[in-house]
Write a protein that binds this ligand. Structure first.
Ligand SMILES: [Zn+2]
Length: 165
């Protein structure tokens, strides 16, 4: 069984690694939320889980219950985001914190589709190609296309002469 000391040691080791001042890839809000959890009580490090619907959760499994919060809510609200107990089945994302230490918020968004708070420096662009500065390995090309839209609206036709009017 983990003692409170080893629990706080695990938290402080991780908190030192994911300090937002180290790199813009680390979320200040996730950091604040983790700091708050570490000060609460003798909790082990939370894990990150994915639901059937693809939504990511951060927290702890406790028997049939999950206690925690949506990852996106933590990223938006930081330490203000509370935790609640949910009766749901989630699949743990293995090695989440290792990936997060390496790639920052790309661990949450490996498809690189999400927009984050303060993500202006995420991409380095070179013409129509851009590379992610957070994980270093992901690049995208700009797709350009011209869209032709079909539009319709109702217009009044000319007034018909009504006989006898
Ligand atoms: Zn990336």
């Amino acid at each position: 069984m983990k003692t409170q000391d080893s629990t706080s040691a695990a938290f402080s080791t991780l908190l030192n690694l994911i300090e937002p001042t180290l790199s813009a890839k680390y979320s200040p809000n996730l950091y604040e939320w983790m700091k708050r959890q570490s000060s609460k009580r003798a909790l082990p490090l939370p894990n990150v889980y994915r639901g059937h619907d693809g939504v990511d959760w951060i927290g702890w499994m406790d028997g049939p219950y999950f206690i925690g919060a949506r990852v996106m809510a933590v990223l938006c609200h930081g330490a203000k985001q509370g935790t609640a107990a949910y009766g749901m089945t989630l699949t743990q994302i293995p090695g989440f914190w290792e990936t997060y230490v390496q790639t920052g918020r790309c661990a949450i968004d490996p498809e690189h589709q999400a927009n984050f708070i303060a993500d202006e420096g995420r991409w380095s662009s070179n013409g129509e190609r851009r590379t992610c500065n957070w994980c270093g390995g992901f690049s995208q090309t700009l797709r350009k296309w011209t869209a032709t839209e079909e539009r319709s609206e109702w217009v009044s036709s000319e007034r018909k002469e009504i006989p006898g009017e």
